[in-house]
Design a protein around this ligand. Structure first.
Ligand SMILES: Cc1cc2nc3c(=O)[nH]c(=O)nc-3n(C[C@H](O)[C@H](O)[C@H](O)COP(=O)(O)OP(=O)(O)OC[C@H]3O[C@@H](n4cnc5c(N)ncnc54)[C@H](O)[C@@H]3O)c2cc1C
Ligand SMILES: *[C@@H]1O[C@H](CO)[C@@H](O)[C@H](O)[C@H]1NC(C)=O
Ligand SMILES: *[C@@H]1O[C@H](CO)[C@@H](O)[C@H](O)[C@H]1NC(C)=O
Ligand SMILES: *[C@@H]1O[C@H](CO)[C@@H](O)[C@H](O)[C@H]1NC(C)=O
Length: 554
């Protein structure tokens, strides 16, 4: 049902006309129909204009004819499409009066509402096993001259009149609304997945004892190895950082949307730019930190019953869906380069990008939160400037802008990531400071420790960049390293409490390693014994294959 609520319904709300909403939204809300969002095809995902599914208007019958002219035109990936959905939003190339007007969304019934059989002209099925999401029912979908009424086209923005006349959208950018909405949600999803990974790995690390560093003392909890803390506490802190950033992004989204409904799209490009890079960076961090959680549980972390392998599969998928991460980082980079050019001409910049134009001399380095955040902004601004100079130089030498862009793209992606890090660091700090006023002093202290840990962690991870673009010196780095290690020690006594505070029920964690009661070994054995492979002590395969093989009779 995920796609029904996360994409199908939001698309209807964002792109259907008021009359269409009246017809479809109540049916979707009451679950009289189940929908999904079918955009990606075998041949194209990222490049929307490359989609091949066609919707050709026939004014004689006032219908659109949906068609998949090639194998690569088949829709491929939509969640719930294979056997669950009976309707979907189909994104197709709109043709009317012999003109192609580009891709537009259509609401299409694909299965009979009573028998659930695919309608004639609809070819639908399941795409097969994936890294994870086994239950997501991702499907393929093709059309063989399948006719749908004219009002199947979602007409809040662009329209096709009865005679086939195409009426352009007033605000062409409006169609991006749903995509932006989902990216905003994904940042919060990543906070959630990290809370799951951190809960499982930290609880297990409190239960697990291993090695004897001191011969006369018992084996310590693995959570007391500082290397283990280094792997895990950042996942815990990142969960909070992403939740706070996600909330901030949501507030921004609501504000931009309000402006949009009154016809003002000025703030949409900034939201789009910041949502793209935050989606990319939070999904990549979440995937790599969940994987670190898995590895931190040793062999048992590799058991499916620990849930960590499944969680990794789920998290890493977010690096790809709703905009492939590199492609998204390049989109933000386009905005940063534009902002730089605009700023250089003395024009004002949007709030999240204004720091790019800070022309003050590089200040003396300070090992404080504000010092590090200011340092990250310097890194980002420095990288953007470096990209702009490289592009300018290439263009002056006669290279086309597209080629110059391609040749600068490794740096552009890095600049975009740096911008995203600056935004997350500043948001996490500002929002926690703001919230702290209403919290008990001990709770505020612990949250500040997490902000501190998160900030210093990234300063140390990006020390090369800081050395390039700020006045940080060797002794500052050494001091930061010490701060970081002190923080691990300060946070340690609260770690189990902090993951308990995520309040994730055992049924949700579904993990042999992460349950609240810590019965790790019992659960591992219980799950193992459930395997059908343990049903009989000797399988027929022994008599059929192994025994003859051992006796040399095969
Ligand atoms: C679990 C899952 C669920 C999904 N659910 C849905 C769904 O419900 N509905 C739906 O419609 N789709 C869905 N998708 C599809 C998904 O949206 C696409 O796979 C995604 O947008 C990436 O597009 P692609 O597969 O064409 O990748 P490609 O664009 O082919 O990417 C391949 C490589 O090419 C690079 N690349 C591509 N273009 C550029 C460029 N311009 N510059 C630099 N590098 C480039 C990418 O960075 C990447 O490294 C889902 C995918 C997954 C994995
Ligand atoms: C990108 O640039 C590289 C290096 O100049 C070149 O080899 C490649 O063909 C270019 N790719 C595209 C898509 O323009
Ligand atoms: C996970 O959920 C399944 C299905 O409910 C259940 O059979 C299994 O025992 C659960 N595993 C753990 C470790 O909780
Ligand atoms: C025994 O082997 C058969 C044939 O390979 C297989 O189908 C069956 O599931 C096995 N049973 C168990 C309990 O392992």
């Amino acid at each position: 049902m995920a796609l029904h609520f996360s994409m199908f319904l939001p698309t209807l709300l964002g792109q259907a006309s008021p009359e269409q909403q009246e017809k479809w939204v109540p049916r979707a809300v009451n679950m009289e129909i189940i929908g999904t969002y079918a955009q990606t095809e075998l041949g194209h995902g990222t490049f929307l204009r490359g989609l091949e599914t066609t919707a050709t208007y026939d004014p004689n019958t006032e219908e659109f004819v949906l068609n998949s002219p090639t194998l690569t035109a088949y829709k491929w990936w939509p969640g719930g499409l294979a056997h669950t959905a009976n309707h979907c939003v189909v994104v197709a190339q709109l043709h009317s009066k012999g003109v192609n007007h580009g891709v537009h969304p259509f609401i299409v019934q694909i299965r009979d509402e009573d028998t659930h059989m695919p309608l004639p002209g609809v070819k639908v099925g399941e795409i097969g096993p994936k890294l994870s999401f086994s239950t997501a029912n991702n499907g393929f979908l093709g059309f063989d001259n399948f006719r749908v009424p004219r009002d199947s086209m979602l007409m809040k923005n662009a329209q096709v009149l009865k005679d086939g006349t195409y009426v352009k959208s007033r605000l062409s950018k409006l169609t991006y609304g749903t995509m932006v909405f989902i990216r905003v949600m994904i940042v919060t999803d990543m906070a959630y997945y990290l809370s799951v990974g951190a809960t499982i790995a930290i609880r297990y690390s409190a239960v697990r004892h291993q090695s004897k560093p001191k011969e006369n003392e018992p084996e310590p909890q693995i959570l007391d190895y500082v290397t283990q803390q280094h792997k895990l506490f950042i996942a815990l802190a990142s969960s909070h950082a992403f939740r706070v950033t996600g909330q901030w992004l949501w507030t921004t989204f609501v504000r931009v949307n309000k402006a949009l409904t009154s016809g003002n799209a000025d703030t949409l490009p900034e939201l789009h730019a910041v949502a793209c890079c935050l989606k990319a960076v939070t999904t990549r961090d979440a995937a790599s930190m969940v994987e670190a959680c898995r590895m931190s549980c040793g062999g048992h972390g590799y058991m499916t019953s620990s849930y960590l392998p499944i969680l990794y599969g789920i998290t890493t998928a977010a690096c790809t869906y709703e905009g492939e991460n590199t492609v998204l980082l390049l989109q933000t980079a386009r905005s940063l380069v534009k902002a730089w050019q605009k700023g250089s001409k003395g024009k004002p910049l949007s709030p999240t990008e204004a720091y790019l134009m800070d022309k003050s001399p590089v200040p003396k380095w300070e090992n404080t939160l504000d010092g590090i955040i200011a340092g990250f902004r310097r890194v980002s601004a420095g990288k953007v400037q470096d990209c702009v100079s490289k592009i300018d130089k290439l263009v002056k030498m006669g290279t086309s802008y597209e080629d110059a862009w391609n040749q600068t793209s490794v740096r552009l992606v890095a600049a975009s990531e740096a911008h995203s890090r600056a935004v997350i660091l500043a948001t996490f700090r500002a929002e926690v400071s703001r919230a702290a006023a209403a919290l008990s002093p001990p709770l505020a202290r612990v949250l500040h420790q997490l902000v501190h840990l998160y900030t210093v962690y990234w300063a140390l991870e990006r020390v090369g960049d800081l050395l390039l673009y700020t006045s940080i010196a060797e002794r500052d780095v050494q001091e930061l390293q010490q701060q970081y290690e002190d923080l691990l020690q300060k946070i340690r006594p609260n770690t189990v409490g902090l993951v308990d505070a995520f309040d994730l029920r055992d049924e949700i964690l579904n993990s042999t390693l992460g349950a609240y009661d810590g019965r790790v070994y019992e659960r591992l054995m219980e799950e193992a014994l459930k395997s059908p492979l343990n049903a009989e002590p000797v399988n027929q395969s022994f008599h059929k294959y192994l025994k003859p093989f051992m006796q040399g009779k095969l």
